[in-house]
Design a protein around this ligand. Structure first.
Ligand code: BES
Ligand code: ZN
Length: 878
């Protein structure tokens, strides 16, 4: 049977059609027993049946195969569970007949504490600690709950039965058809599901309350929460009902199950999981508390719900054929969730905020250690790491690019026909392209292959030369090295006004266009009315590429920004591209800082928010490269953000926008980090009022994170009071969003002893293992301490988080901030004996970032005139 080992996919001698699963979990001993009988179609004569199973003990004597045609029961001569390959191989003494058969298997397992497979999560009820039983099967952990063909293309129907304590709520994908109570236990059976993949099967058992509503076509929707918190489910319920109605129109297919349940789970590795008909969430991604949740929390709930519900069509009804096409699920759900959120909350300008997704995609894909959107998967262990910014964010961004190239209507119509064609089945990337190609008549496959089959993206350099426009593409790498890639780039441009709009496909390395013929105007000096004053490529940032302008075009754009002639998305794009070019050492820091100066009067949330994150990164580089300039740069940033700070003030204004509410927190948080005295003092005052009264209007939820950060700036080994108070608030609150805010601010402190205490605190039993990653937002001063701590605790960390994807966050958060070649070498040496497949990619990417930082630091050290420029900016009078 060695021929079955080391294979990426199961042999298909037999394929499952229907599973009848019976599970009996014991929530006290945290063990479960189960049995499954699987209707199979044996498609070729074979002595073997190979399916997936892992961490289960199989009752060998229970295994049998009843062949329908011969009415004969076969018992295997050998039953082997190959743990390394997570397969169960059944060997029979004679050939099994082609046709239908029923495979029966009995097994036992443990409700683990790793947040995957069939696991336990803990909660308190009336002061008592309790366990609930939860499943999380994506990508490949259904095999940890019952033996199965655990691949997305092996779709079957599922008939589930549970034996549970009679006082508990027991949920699964489908509605209950029967509940038989027998003393303290009950047997709950559910309707048989439509055909679906194993990774979407789900079960949750515990004590819950719920709120309920119906869609206009009668689908029952519920949000389940911890007992006593049902009110916090109302907002998600509203979003879910509206979103289901919207998707029914958009995809032109109704939601396919009779009910939808959504439930908050206290211990949850990801943000949420789209199980068919039973969507599971982290508490922070589902619950919204009127008094204590922030605007950003509300937005998170809406987008996560919209994302998971998009999967009910894109993923659950039509499923990727293999994990190589994971991006079809995740990229699409991400993109569609913006469509839904925009329709429900237009005032959130969510499509502008989408640029945060694109920029994260561009950031990761600017590394040589990135990967193509369509990526080879050869082992289940490799799947976890591709739930990354490439599959989600680059995926969503190239879809947005394609939609804006083809037009919204054609796009929607073609999508609807794709969904109809592949409903209850599986699809590959090229199947989607074929549907879009048919619908639009455009060569979609050829265009898109250049974006999904190779990693990276282009930077388009644009120059004006003697009334000609020259375009040249080359692969953009943050390291500044040249890359090899070439793309078919949908170029869009505007000239002087958004009414003068042109586009073409850049198919070659370069292209030269005659300005007069192409644009119908000339580019010349100011004052010439017939001439266009500025040219902006990648209009509204709908393309997944960067643009580098020649000096003259860049100057015209700077002035257009100051005159507020450009859209917010374009203002974002110019800033973001300039920052990327600066990191890649193609633009001086002096130029970047000058450009940042033109954004002083910027009021748009997404643009200012990006300006803030860029300023954080600049400060870190300056601290390494030119520490003597640090205070001046901080002074400049304080000045830069003063305009927004004054506009927004500390107290929410009546009827203000959602975006202003979010921006206020970010601006004040930034000023606190730059050490602005006024902000620190006011924060202190308000924090004290909050300690007296948790409902004080002086500290609304939108301000809390900023104030906590400010409080931590004043904490030191000799004055620990702010830290102790925050820990007290952490211990007292039962709202996870509050806990997350506090965890996210603790390590922003500058005192290394306190940072070490914080890092040890996040490993304690007071912090759920799902939440540790929030505590890893360590200040610049704490970088070295965090690295030493990671080394000292690696064995424990690796043991506790090593089987999931959270371990990658430890590596990226702690390694990436460094900026020297020596450090990179030291880190590499440490991991030489400790790396493993599940962190290999992240480690390489983080080390590449350290190298990029190191080169950037060298560049900034050698930058002439930086000191004068910084001083001028710091003392500029407005
Ligand atoms: N399918 C994923 C959940 C998932 C993530 C399973 C990683 C296995 C590994 C789900 O649809 C998802 O994408 N969740 C996101 C939230 C979403 C709004 C981007 C998450 O968990 O972060
Ligand atoms: Zn998803």
């Amino acid at each position: 049977m060695d021929q079955f080992k080391g294979q990426p996919r199961l042999p298909k001698f037999a394929v499952p059609k229907r599973y009848d699963i019976h599970l009996i979990p014991d929530l006290n001993t945290c063990q479960f027993t189960g049995s499954v009988s699987i209707d199979l179609h044996i498609v070729e004569t074979t002595r073997f049946i190979v399916l997936n199973a892992a961490e289960l003990s199989i009752d060998n004597r229970s295994v049998s195969l009843a062949a329908k045609s011969s009415s004969k029961v076969f018992e295997p001569t050998k039953v082997e569970l190959v743990e390394d390959d997570e397969i169960l191989v059944l060997e029979f003494s004679e050939n099994l007949p082609v046709g239908m058969g029923v495979l029966a298997i009995g097994f036992e397992g443990v409700l683990n504490d790793k947040m995957k497979g069939f696991y336990r999560s803990t909660y308190e009820h009336n002061g008592q600690k309790k366990n609930m039983a939860v499943t999380q099967f994506e990508p490949a952990d259904a095999r940890r709950c019952f033996p199965c063909w655990d691949e997305p293309a092996c779709k079957a129907t599922f008939k589930i039965t549970l034996d549970v304590p009679s006082e508990l709520v027991a949920l699964s994908n489908m509605p209950v058809i029967e509940e038989k109570v027998d003393g303290h236990q009950k047997t709950v059976s559910y309707q048989e599901s439509p055909i679906m993949s194993t990774y979407l099967v789900a079960v949750v058992i515990g004590l819950f309350d719920y709120v309920e509503d119906h869609t206009s076509d009668g689908i029952k929707v519920r949000v389940y929460c911890q007992v006593g918190k049902a009110d916090q489910g109302k907002f998600a319920l509203y979003v879910a009902v509206k979103t289901l109605e919207l998707y029914k129109e958009y995809f032109a297919v109704p939601y396919s199950l009779p009910k939808l349940d959504m439930i908050a789970i206290p211990d949850f590795a990801a943000g949420a999981m789209e199980n068919y008909g039973l969507v599971t969430y982290r508490e922070t991604a589902l619950l919204y508390d009127d008094k204590h949740s922030a605007a950003a929390n509300k937005q998170r709930v809406a987008t996560v719900v919209a994302h998971e519900l998009a999967h009910q069509w894109f993923g659950n009804l039509v499923t990727m054929e293999w994990w190589t096409h994971l991006w079809l699920n995740e990229g699409f759900a991400t993109w569609v969730s913006y469509l839904a959120t925009d329709s429900l909350f237009p005032e959130w300008k969510i499509w502008t905020q989408f640029l945060d997704e694109s920029t994260e995609g561009l950031r990761l894909d600017g590394l040589a250690e990135s990967h193509p959107i369509e990526v080879d998967i050869n082992h289940a262990r490799e799947i976890d790491e591709i739930f990354d910014a490439i599959s989600y964010r680059k995926g969503a961004s190239v879809i947005r690019m394609l939609q804006s190239y083809l037009g919204a209507e054609v796009f929607q119509r073609s999508l609807a026909s794709y969904i109809k064609r592949y409903a209850c089945s599986n699809a590959k990337t090229e199947d989607l392209w074929a549907a879009l190609e048919e619908g639009s008549g455009e060569p979609v496959n050829k265009l898109m292959n250049s974006w999904t089959k190779q990693k990276g993206y282009p930077v388009v350099a644009v120059k004006v030369k003697e009334q000609k426009l020259e375009f040249e593409q080359s692969q953009f790498l943050s390291s500044g090295s040249p890359g090899e890639g070439q793309w078919i780039v949908p170029i869009t441009l505007c000239c002087g006004s958004y009414d003068v709009h042109k586009n073409f496909l850049l198919q070659n390395k370069s292209e030269t266009l005659n300005i007069k013929e192409f644009l119908g105007c000339s580019i010349s000096k100011e004052g010439d009315n017939a001439a266009c004053t500025w040219i902006k490529l990648n209009v509204n940032q709908s393309g997944f590429y960067r643009v580098k302008y020649d000096e003259d075009l860049a100057a015209k754009l700077r002035s257009a920004i100051e005159k507020k002639n450009l859209s917010e998305t374009d203002r974002f794009g110019i800033l973001d591209d300039s920052f990327a070019l600066c990191m890649a050492r193609q633009l001086s820091l002096t130029s970047l800082l000058n450009l940042m100066g033109s954004y002083r009067e910027e009021t748009e949330y997404t643009v200012v928010s990006n300006l803030i994150s860029i300023s954080y990164k600049v400060l870190r580089i300056v601290a390494d490269a030119r520490p003597e300039l640090l205070d001046y740069v901080k002074q400049f940033f304080i000045c830069l953000f003063q305009y927004s700070a004054e506009r927004l003030g500390w107290d929410p204004k009546q009827g203000e926008s959602h975006l202003d509410a979010m921006l206020r927190g970010e601006i004040l948080g930034a000023l606190a980090l730059f050490g602005h005295d006024g902000t620190l003092n006011e924060a202190s005052k308000r924090f004290h009022a909050f300690l007296e009264d948790r409902n004080t209007p002086l500290l609304p939820p939108d301000l809390r994170k900023a104030v906590y950060v400010a409080v931590m700036q004043k904490v030191s080994s000799s004055d620990r009071s702010g830290y102790e108070s925050l820990l007290r608030v952490y211990r007292e609150t039962d709202l996870s969003q509050e806990k997350t805010r506090i965890l996210g601010s603790l390590a922003s402190c500058t005192d290394v002893n306190i940072i070490l205490e914080v890092l040890n605190f996040i490993l304690s039993s007071e912090v759920r293992s799902q939440d540790v990653v929030f505590g890893l937002a360590v200040s610049r001063e704490g970088r070295e301490t965090a690295w030493k701590w990671l080394k000292d605790n690696w064995d424990h960390i690796s043991k506790t988080w090593g089987s999931g994807f959270l371990i990658t966050r430890f590596v990226s958060a702690i390694v990436s901030p460094f900026a020297s070649f020596e450090k990179a070498a030291e880190i590499e040496e440490f991991f030489a004996t400790r790396s493993k497949p599940s962190i290999a990619r992240t480690l390489k990417q983080s080390l590449e970032r350290v190298h990029i930082n190191a080169k950037w630091v060298q560049n900034v050290q050698n930058e002439e005139h930086l000191a004068e420029a910084v001083k001028e900016l710091a003392f500029r009078k407005y």
